[in-house]
Design a protein around this ligand. Sequence first.
Ligand SMILES: Nc1ncnc2c1ncn2[C@@H]1O[C@H](COP(=O)(O)OP(=O)(O)OP(=O)(O)O)[C@@H](O)[C@H]1O
Ligand SMILES: O=C(O)C[C@H](Cc1nc2cc(Cl)cc(Cl)c2[nH]1)c1ccc(Cl)cc1
Length: 321
Amino acid sequence: DDWQERGAAVGVKKEYDADGRQVLKPVKKGVKDFNFGRTLGEGSYSTVLAAQDRSNGKDYAIKVLDKRHIIKEKKVKYVNIERDTLNRLTDHPGVVRLYYTFQDERSLYFVLDLCAGGELLGVLKRMSTFDEECTRFYGAQILDTIEYMHNRGVIHRDLKPENLLLDENRYIKVTDFGTAKLLPERKDAAGRVEFEPDSTTSENRANSFVGTAEYVSPELLTDKNACKASDLWAFGCIVYQLLAGRPPFKASNDYQTFQKIVNLDYEFPRGFPDHARDLVERLLVLAPERRLSLEHVKNHPFFTGIQWGRGLWQQKAPRLN
Ligand SMILES: Nc1ncnc2c1ncn2[C@@H]1O[C@H](COP(=O)(O)OP(=O)(O)OP(=O)(O)O)[C@@H](O)[C@H]1O
Ligand SMILES: O=C(O)C[C@H](Cc1nc2cc(Cl)cc(Cl)c2[nH]1)c1ccc(Cl)cc1
């Protein structure tokens, strides 16, 4: 199915060694292998362009970063974290796929899945709020992807509707991993790769990174300790926002937004659905260890009827009208 097929997307070239044995050699792609098209968007350090692979006509999004700007703004670490994180998250439909990285004298290039549906935030703004069925479907795809990221030892740390893109089937694609936390890899007795169960407080003290104000978890504000539960806090804010049309903690400046968060100062609009309200109340809990675990979220009544796993990525996305 498409998961294997996508694996074949990495470029290889067939060659023969001295004994006539076939050798597959990885081919480093370059700018000349692509026809560049329209600009899809701009970041602080990047421009994202639509592009087509000239050898097979496949469409991609290529994120181009200016080397001088990256170095001047001291973002080298973030670029390499984004590459390393994307290279760890290669087989889930909910994560934007990185096919190649390459560079030329001026720029760095990430060749990514093209998400032609744009940002979930844009869709939400156009619709003002999602109904329960849409929220359930998109909430389930986001949660399924968070579970995959956490199992691969990745904490996203900046989940928000701007970082949730939609592909041509209107499926979710999580993006923007430059500020992710990569838990150290280690091998178990059988030599299988596993990851630290969660981030420990020690290495987090050094962390200066704080996500986007409206979605930042209280533990990140009080003791700089981002953990897997921090992504579930952001998930709770996103579910609330899809149904209410605005995030739960929003003030006129970041400092006041932080105040609302640490004081759990938010309320539900009238008519907010009961199951969704119960779910959000069990996610927006100040103590990370008391927040609903990912497994319990999947079994929450709000997600009754959702088929977890592959079924979730084969069914038709609800109409967004
Ligand atoms: N794979 C993609 N497919 C389609 N559009 C994309 C893709 N990746 C990014 N974009 C769009 O390009 C724009 C820039 O994205 P990029 O990740 O480079 O910067 P950003 O993270 O949005 O901004 P900043 O770097 O300031 O956080 C965004 O608006 C995003 O919607
Ligand atoms: O080819 C690779 O994958 C490894 C390189 C590593 C790398 N080379 C760099 C040069 C500069 Cl000037 C800046 C950064 Cl962040 C750099 N990162 C690389 C190239 C492109 C991208 Cl997008 C990321 C990393």
